[in-house]
Ligand binder design. Structure first.
Ligand SMILES: *Cc1c(COP(=O)(O)O)cnc(C)c1O
Length: 379
């Protein structure tokens, strides 16, 4: 579905070496814990088929997706000896499919745990799983009472080796929130019901909260993809995504001219405008109207009028006349405007921007720098 670069309306460039650098940085931060990669939603929209092999090359051995279907789609990229986990749990009836593909379900309820245990009993072989407990987010996972019931289930303990006991933080992006310490304490209490199981609590933000939060497996998503999991980091994570949109028309309009659907923006004085081949069908939020911008040559080009489905218009009057031509590319995400900046302008979060990135882009993957094979080739 991706478009060849020379005819695409916009180009998405995904820097796998930046991805690998972000992975290595966070892995060093959480060591000796393992760093798992969260690659749900097609690796946050960046393409799991490319992202997973790059992370494997960086040493990642644990991968989390949300749905069993996502796991089945990428299990060929996950090498033997690595683990692939499904966060959203075990859909009734999917037990055999999950077990047949060696995918590890995250068991979120007693019912799910019992169905997995029963399959292990029927097959006469152990079936590994992760147990999730609710430590305070009230989204997924066993309650304290259900966790105690499961921990006392001797068949479950004998038949279901636990790859981890996990929980998820509601406020990891806000280090000052007391909820983090409360969740940590509740998690420690519930995890103790499953002695010997590795513990997994931290997402990207949690990795930065302190050693106590890291457990034996940390689960990072957004930081790997180049967005900062908390504000005011001394060193930002390396940008992974660059997005450039093509200029498809230029015009000069006199004062009083309306622009776009509803004619919501009226040129106050004569203005030079550029229409770009990118719109909300490509994942650019309509809320960017009047707040967002594109960039060219270090100059900010404010979005004027409503964002359309397939195009939007920017004011290019601050550029020298003739600086921009039809067919040129302007920056939507890049050196001047990080994904976090675009998200802030749209009143949303980087996760939503990344996972909305459209299917019509030309896509280029910059390979992870891999110097050794090149040197061997020369020698
Ligand atoms: C999505 C998700 C993560 C990754 O979170 P980031 O903030 O992107 O690092 C980790 N754990 C669970 C349970 C998740 O749903």
């Amino acid at each position: 579905m991706d478009c060849p670069d020379d005819i695409a309306g916009a180009l998405l460039t995904i820097d796998l070496s930046a991805l690998v650098a972000n992975y290595r940085r966070l892995a060093a931060r959480v060591a000796p814990a393992d760093l798992a990669a969260v690659v749900k939603a097609d690796a946050y929209g960046l393409g799991a088929a490319e992202i997973v092999p790059a992370l494997v090359s960086a040493g990642c051995r644990h991968f989390f997706v949300a749905h069993l279907g996502e796991a089945l789609a990428i299990c060929n990229h996950v090498p033997r000896g690595s683990a692939l986990y499904v966060l959203n749990g075990l859909v009734a009836g999917a037990e055999a499919t999950c077990a047949g593909a060696d995918i590890v379900p995250v068991l979120n309820s007693l019912g799910q745990a019992h169905r997995w245990r029963d399959l292990a009993l029927r097959r006469g072989r152990p079936l590994p799983a992760v147990v999730q407990v609710d430590s305070g987010m009230s989204r997924l996972g066993l309650s304290a009472a259900d966790a105690a019931t499961l921990a006392a289930d001797l068949d479950f303990r004998a038949r279901v080796p636990l790859r981890a006991v996990m929980s998820h933080l509601a406020c990891a992006d806000e280090p000052g929130r007391p909820a983090n310490a409360r969740q940590h304490a509740q998690f420690a209490e519930l995890a103790a019901l499953f002695p010997g199981a590795p513990r997994s609590l931290a997402n990207s933000g949690g990795c930065l909260l302190g050693a106590a939060f890291r457990g034996q497996i940390a689960r990072a998503g957004i930081a790997l993809y180049g967005s900062d999991p908390a504000e005011d980091l001394a060193e930002p994570f390396r940008p992974v995504v660059r997005l450039d949109a093509r200029v498809i028309q230029l015009r000069t309009v006199p004062a009083g001219t309306g622009v776009g659907y509803g004619l919501d923006w009226i040129a106050p004085v004569e203005r030079r405008l550029a229409t770009l081949a990118i719109g909300y069908a490509d994942g650019l939020p309509r809320s960017l109207m009047g707040r967002g911008a594109a960039w060219f040559g270090g100059v900010r080009l404010p979005i004027v009028g409503r964002v359309s489905m397939d195009s939007m218009t920017v004011d290019v009057s601050d550029l020298a006349p003739g600086a921009l031509s039809e067919g040129d590319l302007v920056e939507i995400i890049g050196a001047n405007q990080r994904v976090d900046d675009l998200a802030a302008a749209a009143g949303t979060i980087s996760y939503e921007i990344l996972t909305s990135l459209g299917a019509r882009f030309g896509r280029t993957y910059v390979p992870a720098t891999c110097s050794r094979p090149v040197l061997e080739a020369i020698a």
